[in-house]
Design a protein around this ligand. Structure first.
Ligand SMILES: Nc1ncnc2c1ncn2[C@@H]1O[C@H](COP(=O)(O)OP(=O)(O)OP(=O)(O)O)[C@@H](O)[C@H]1O
Length: 610
């Protein structure tokens, strides 16, 4: 099996705190592995740039060392012969002060330019890394088995693709910033050692002890990160639910209920954030206090015990001023990283889950036949994963090519599952789908889906023009002639008479058109694919009778051009059908051919309309 760099090791059972810390370490090392795996060479180049950046900063500080010999002594030339740091031998013996100061200014300018390029390079690197996961997650969702994806709450997927990915960006940024601090601290360590070994050990020892003492605050950050994850998920679920049911909420005066729910979650999130900020600022305050105490101790020891000259003390202090914020930066970055790491954990878990349910049909490219005579579902059984009851039980039915077949039955009878089996979205655990007598193989399902068109009760519409909405099905721009042909077939010729024609805006989810118009456009959109099989799932159910009649006329006109399967609760469409199958509790319990036999009073349709 291929090694997955993002795999998070499962921690062994332990005390909650130890388990949490192990989980964080696991997530961190898996994030680092993923960054190395994906960005490999660029990551090392980025690290090289960080080293160079710190070196140039260090060099700028070291150039002050010779200037300091003028302190008290005065003069305009500097004697470099007494310098004993590495590489000092390469310098001339004497240098004018003006030239040295110019060199310092020039060096700082170059450093600023270099830092700019370094920042852009690292920013690109993090964006590319994050975008890789965004697209990978997108692909995983698109390629997982439909039965599995259908069970994942929409808000969970939306949250992963938006909020969690943003936090992953932050986490990757923080990993780099921790690296930057580590590189800086290591290089300054070497520079300081060249000036004074005991003072270096004292200041670094102090920093390391202070970092170790901050452990409880890191644990706090971990807790907060986990809670934040949960709160954000609930926040997004509440938003999705409210936005998804906006009309219902407005019509039933439920907005205050949603607002209350939302405010409660926001209140909890705020309380968490407040508590975290309160506690963590105690930590950073203590750290700051420790750093200032360290500086005081540092000067005291340097003057009283180590007896350093003023020049060296000033340089060491300059270095100290660079290293102390890095120790503080380390603590801050690690703390924030622990807050954002759970998002990485959640993304990897979701990806693992989706990949374990990868739809093998996605790889299939075998051609699928167009039905000439019939599509037969032969003794098919389908049970949703984890459910004890079969949604479809040993069902057989035949859709004759070119006919309109209607599936009716009470809610939960298994009609949608049957339609999904016809479309190749669900692969029955038992039985087969036969096209003109030959069973469809898994390798043919992808191309089979190319042969199908689908219209839902609430068809998906983007907030764009009619043309843009039509183009979705074609997968790209289509010429007007094809669009109008499809619109005419779907009895949606009214578009020609609209002042803006195909450029008419449909509004959010098509809200600027009537339900019937929207639905006929949805049928036209499906027809643009020139499908051999058209599936309509409750496509007429939300319409008034006039619009329903218009849509039924359109469907009626498609008879003979393609095989149509329609699910409905309404008698009007059933009356127009060639064949009606009645489903109950996952089984086909009756069938009628109303056009040939007329409506039988004791039949399902007869009872439905009586
Ligand atoms: N994603 C799912 N996960 C688990 N069970 C499901 C899922 N979708 C449907 N079911 C169950 O499978 C059975 C058949 O559902 P199906 O949607 O096929 O029925 P239906 O006749 O189309 O119902 P309706 O008319 O209400 O849409 C029902 O018991 C339903 O609860």
């Amino acid at each position: 099996m291929a090694h997955d760099p993002s795999a998070v090791p499962t921690p062994a059972p332990a005390s909650p705190a130890a388990a949490e810390s192990r989980a964080s370490r696991g997530q961190l090392s898996s994030l680092w592995r993923a960054m190395r795996h994906l960005e490999g060479r660029r990551l090392w180049i980025g690290l090289g740039l960080l080293v160079l950046g710190t070196l140039s900063e260090g060099a700028a500080i070291m150039t002050f060392l010779p200037v300091l010999q003028l302190v008290g002594a005065g003069g305009t030339t500097i004697d470099l012969s007494g310098l004993d740091f590495p590489g000092a031998g390469l310098l001339p013996a004497v240098i004018p002060l003006g030239l040295l100061l110019l060199a310092i200014v020039g060096l700082t300018g170059l450093q600023a330019l270099f830092n700019r390029s370094k920042a852009v390079y690292l920013s690109d690197l993090i964006y590319d890394f994050t975008n890789h996961y965004r697209t990978a997650l997108f692909r995983d969702v698109a390629q997982a088995r439909w039965a599995h994806v259908a069970r994942i709450p929409r808000s969970r997927i939306e949250h992963a693709l938006t909020g969690e990915i943003e936090r992953l960006y932050l986490a990757a940024f923080l990993v780099l910033s921790i690296l930057q601090n580590l590189v800086g601290l290591s290089l300054y360590f070497v520079l300081s050692l060249a000036i004074s070994v005991p003072m270096t050990l004292l200041s670094y020892g102090f920093g390391i002890v202070a970092l170790a003492l901050m452990r409880p605050f890191r644990r706090l950050a971990r807790h907060y990160g986990d809670r934040l994850q949960d709160r954000r998920e609930r926040q997004l679920a509440a938003v999705s639910e409210f936005v998804g049911s906006l009309k219902m909420a407005r019509s039933m005066n439920l907005e205050s209920r949603y607002l209350g729910l939302f405010s409660a979650i926001l209140g909890q999130t705020k309380a968490d954030a407040r508590e975290f900020t309160r506690q963590s600022t105690i930590g950073s305050g203590l750290f700051q206090f420790a750093v200032v105490s360290g500086a005081a101790l540092f000067i005291w020891v340097a003057l009283r015990w180590v007896h350093l000259d003023v020049g060296r003390i000033v340089i060491l202090l300059l270095l100290f001023m660079r290293t102390a914020p890095r120790f503080m930066g380390m603590q801050g970055a690690v703390q924030q990283l622990l807050v954002d790491l759970p998002a990485w954990g959640a993304i990897t878990r979701l990806r693992d889950d989706l990949q374990a349910q990868h739809d093998p049909a996605m790889e299939g490219s075998d051609p699928a036949p167009a039905p000439r005579r019939e599509i037969r579902l032969d003794r098919v059984t389908w049970r949703f994963p984890g459910e004890s009851r079969e949604a479809v039980s040993d069902c057989s039915l035949t859709l004759r090519a070119g006919e309109l077949t209607v599936l009716v039955g009470p809610s939960g009878a298994g009609k949608t599952s049957m339609a999904d089996i016809v479309m190749g979205l669900l692969e029955p655990q038992k039985g087969a789908v036969l096209v003109d007598g030959t069973a469809l193989r898994p390798g043919q399902l992808r191309r089979w889906r190319d042969r199908t068109g689908y219209v839902a009760q609430e068809p998906f519409m983007i907030n764009g023009t009619i043309r843009e909405n039509m183009a979705i099905a074609a997968g790209g721009p289509v010429d007007d002639e094809r669009i109008f042909r499809a619109l005419d077939l779907a009895s949606a010729g009214f578009v020609r008479n609209l002042p803006a024609g195909l450029e008419t805006m449909m509004g959010d989810r098509g809200a600027l058109l009537s339900g019937g118009e929207r639905q006929r456009i949805a049928v036209a959109r499906a027809l643009l694919r020139e499908p051999d099989v058209l599936v309509l799932d409750e496509a007429t159910s939300a319409l008034d009778w006039e619009n329903e009649e218009a849509l039924i006329r359109a469907i009626d006109g498609l008879r003979g051009r393609m095989t149509i399967l329609a699910i409905t609760h309404r008698p009007a469409l059933s009356r127009a059908a060639d064949a009606v199958f009645v489903m109950e509790a996952g089984r086909v319990v009756a069938s009628e051919r109303p056009r040939e036999q007329g409506m039988q009073a004791e039949g399902y349709l007869g009872r439905m309309t009586s």
